[in-house]
Design a protein. Structure first.
Lengths: 280, 312
C-alpha cells in the first residue's frame, strides 16, 4: 500500500529500476534546489537568538517582527516592479503582436531584409549598448523614472517576441483569415477579431519570457535609478544586506517578501506557464 | 436614388480604403516598431562602435583615439584576466548545465504517468521564479565564511577542515561562482529538454524497442541525436549569458579577491560607471560582442550541417 502510494499507483511489478533511480535522483536535485529557499523562509521567522540556537530548521514560535520591519521598503520595491514590469509587458505584447502579424501574414517588398535586420539585434547583447543607452536616457531627461526602464526593456524584449509571433502566425491556417475577409471584414477587424484571439497562446509565451526578464534584470536598474526608492524588487533586495549589523532574520524576510509576488502569481498559473515555456 | 448612390460611393471608398490599408498595413504595423528599435537599439549600437574609437566621458568626446582603446584593453592585465575567467566560467557552466538538465529531463521522461511528469516539472519551475538577485544573495550566504551553509554543512558531516571562505580565497572564488545555482536543474534548459524528449515520435522509440535497445542505448542512439538542436539552442543561450556575466561580480565578489573573479562585463560596468571612461567601456563591450559573434557563427553553422530536431 505505502509503496503503491509512493510510486503514484503503480504496482510493485511495474516498479522498474529506472523509476527508482529517477525518483531518487530527482528528489536529490529537488532537495538541493529547494532547501536554500526553505532555509530562507525558516530564518526569516527567527529572532537572532533562535537563529543561533537552531541553524538548520524551523523554530517556534514564529517571529513575524522581521516582516513588519522590512515591509515598508520591500513594499516600495514590489510596487515599483509591478509598475515597470506591467508597462513593459503591455508595450512588448503590442509590438510583438503587430510585428508578428505583419511578418507572418503579409508579403511586402523588403520583408526579409527588415526581418533579418530586426533579428540581428539578438546578436547585440545588452552590455554592449549599456553605455550609449545610459547617455541617451540622460539626454532624454528620463533618468530615474519609469521610462528609463520601460522603453529600453521593450526594445530588448520585443525582438524575440516578434520572432516568436511570426512563427506562430505562419503556422495558423490561411482559411481562418480568408473566411473573415470574404465575409467583408476590413483589415482592422481581421486584426482585432481574428488575429488577436488566435494569437493568445503565442502571446502567453512572449509574456512569460518578458516577465522573467524584467523581473531579473539587475544592472540596468542599478545604473539608471539613482534614487534607491525607485529600484524594482530584484535590485532592491541588494540594499538589505550588510547595512547594519548582519541580521539574517531581517535580510531573509526582505528576500522572501520581494520574491513572493511573482512566485504566488506563477503558482496559480503553473500549467499555463509550462505550456508557455513549451511554446518557445 | 441619391441616397443609394451615396451609399454605394461610401462603400466604394470604404473598399478602396480597405485595399489601400491592406497594401500598406504591414508598414503601418511596423512603423512604430522600427521607430522604437531605431531609437533604443540601432542608434545605441552604432554609437557603441563609434565611441569605442574615442576618449569619451559620457558628455563630450575629448579626443579621437583610433584603435588606442583596443590596444589599451589587450595590454591591460585586468581585462585579459577577465577574458580568461570568462572562458573558464562559461565553458564549465555550459557543460554542467547541459549535463544536469539533460540527466534530470531523462529522469522525468522515464515516468509514463503525465501527472508525475507535471509534478516534477512544477517542482523545478517554481524556484526559477525567485528573482535572480535574491538567488545570488542566497548563494552568497551559502558560500559565506561565517555561518555560511556550506561551511556549516561540512562541519556537521565532520569535514570541518575543508571549510574556507569560498568567495574570499583566490584559489576557490572563480570555481565557487561557477557552481552557483547547482544543480542547475531549475531553469529553461531542463524544460526545453523535457519538451523535446516528449516530442520524439513514438514510432522512433518503438523501432528502437523492436531492435531490442535498452535504456542506455536509447539515450545514446535516439535521444542524443534527436536533441541536438535543443542542445545547441540552450548551449548558445548559456554561452551568451556567460560572456556577459556581471551578476556574481556585482552582487558577490566585486571581481576579487584581487582580480580572481574579474569578468569583461564587470570591466565594462566599472570603466563606465565608476571611472567615467565611457570610450574604454564601449570598446570592451565591442570586444565582447565580437567574441559572441564568432561563437554564434560556429554554432549556427554546426546547426545547419545536418542537424535534425523534433522540438523546433
Amino acid at each position: 500500500m505505502s509503496v503503491n502510494k509512493l510510486t503514484g499507483g503503480l504496482s510493485l511489478r511495474q516498479l522498474r529500476p529506472a523509476i527508482v533511480i529517477s525518483t531518487l535522483g530527482l528528489s536529490f536535485f529537488a532537495i538541493i534546489t529547494w532547501y536554500p529557499l526553505v532555509f530562507m523562509v525558516a530564518t526569516s521567522l527567527k529572532t537572532r537568538d533562535q537563529f543561533f540556537q537552531n541553524f538548520w530548521g524551523f523554530t517556534y514560535p514564529f517571529d513575524w517582527q522581521n516582516y513588519v520591519d522590512v515591509w515598508p521598503r520591500a513594499f516600495q520595491g514590489i510596487q515599483n516592479s509591478l509598475l515597470y514590469s506591467s508597462l513593459t509587458l503591455v508595450l512588448t505584447l503590442i509590438f510583438s503582436l503587430l510585428g508578428g502579424y505583419a511578418f507572418g501574414r503579409f508579403n511586402f517588398a523588403g520583408k526579409n531584409f527588415i526581418f533579418l535586420a530586426i533579428l540581428m539585434l539578438l546578436m547585440v547583447p545588452g552590455i554592449v549598448t549599456i553605455v550609449p543607452l545610459f547617455v541617451l536616457v540622460r539626454q532624454l531627461g528620463i533618468m530615474n523614472s519609469w521610462a528609463a526602464l520601460v522603453l529600453p526593456w521593450t526594445g530588448f524584449e520585443m525582438v524575440f517576441g516578434i520572432f516568436l509571433m511570426r512563427l506562430f502566425f505562419e503556422k495558423l491556417p490561411h482559411e481562418l483569415f480568408d473566411a473573415a475577409r470574404v465575409e467583408g471584414a476590413g483589415e482592422l477587424k481581421v486584426l482585432f477579431f481574428v488575429a488577436i484571439p488566435l494569437a493568445l497562446p503565442g502571446l502567453g509565451s512572449v509574456a512569460i519570457l518578458d516577465i522573467l526578464f524584467t523581473w531579473n534584470d539587475l544592472v540596468w536598474p542599478l545604473v539608471t535609478m539613482s534614487d534607491q526608492a525607485n529600484l524594482p524588487a530584484g535590485p532592491m533586495a541588494m540594499l538589505f544586506r550588510g547595512s547594519e549589523n548582519v541580521d539574517y532574520g531581517a535580510i531573509f524576510a526582505a528576500y522572501v517578501t520581494l520574491s513572493a509576488p511573482l512566485v504566488i502569481l506563477f503558482t496559480f498559473f503553473t500549467r499555463q506557464f509550462l505550456r508557455g515555456i513549451e511554446g518557445i | 436614388m441619391k441616397a443609394v448612390t451615396n451609399h454605394e460611393a461610401a462603400k466604394a471608398t470604404k473598399t478602396s480604403l480597405n485595399s489601400l490599408l491592406h497594401r500598406h498595413l504591414p508598414w503601418v504595423l511596423l512603423s512604430p516598431i522600427l521607430l522604437h528599435l531605431l531609437i533604443f537599439r540601432y542608434i545605441p549600437t552604432l554609437y557603441a562602435f563609434f565611441y569605442s574609437f574615442t576618449d569619451w566621458d559620457g558628455i563630450r568626446i575629448r579626443r579621437f583615439l583610433g584603435l588606442r582603446n583596443f590596444t589599451d584593453l589587450f595590454s591591460d592585465y585586468v581585462f585579459l584576466e577577465g577574458l580568461k575567467n570568462m572562458a573558464i566560467y562559461t565553458s564549465i557552466r555550459v557543460i554542467l548545465i547541459l549535463s544536469f538538465a539533460f540527466i534530470a529531463a531523462e529522469m522525468v521522461i522515464s515516468f509514463k504517468n503525465a501527472n508525475i511528469r507535471t509534478f516534477w516539472k512544477i517542482v523545478f519551475v517554481i524556484p526559477m521564479i525567485v528573482p535572480l538577485a535574491v538567488n545570488y544573495l542566497l548563494w552568497g550566504f551559502i558560500l559565506s565564511p561565517q555561518g555560511g551553509m556550506l561551511n556549516s554543512l561540512l562541519e556537521v558531516i565532520g569535514l570541518a577542515e575543508m571549510a574556507r571562505p569560498w568567495l574570499g580565497t583566490s584559489a576557490t572564488a572563480l570555481l565557487s561562482i561557477t557552481f552557483i545555482q547547482f544543480p542547475f536543474v531549475s531553469g529553461l534548459a531542463f524544460l526545453v529538454f523535457v519538451s523535446a524528449l516528449e516530442g520524439i515520435p513514438a514510432d522512433v522509440i518503438d523501432a528502437c524497442k523492436v531492435e531490442g535497445c535498452g535504456r542506455l542505448r536509447r539515450i545514446i542512439a535516439v535521444d542524443f541525436p534527436m536533441l541536438r538542436g535543443s542542445m545547441i539552442f540552450v548551449g548558445v543561450l548559456v554561452t551568451l549569458q556567460g560572456i556577459q556575466t556581471v551578476e556574481p561580480q556585482l552582487i558577490l565578489t566585486k571581481g576579487g579577491p584581487g582580480i580572481a573573479t574579474e569578468s569583461p562585463g564587470w570591466f565594462v560596468y566599472r570603466a563606465a560607471f565608476q571611472y567615467g571612461e565611457f570610450g574604454l567601456a564601449a570598446a570592451a563591450g565591442v570586444v565582447m560582442v565580437l567574441v559572441g559573434l564568432v561563437f554564434s557563427f560556429y554554432v549556427v553553422r554546426a546547426r545547419y550541417k545536418g542537424a535534425y530536431d523534433v522540438g523546433q
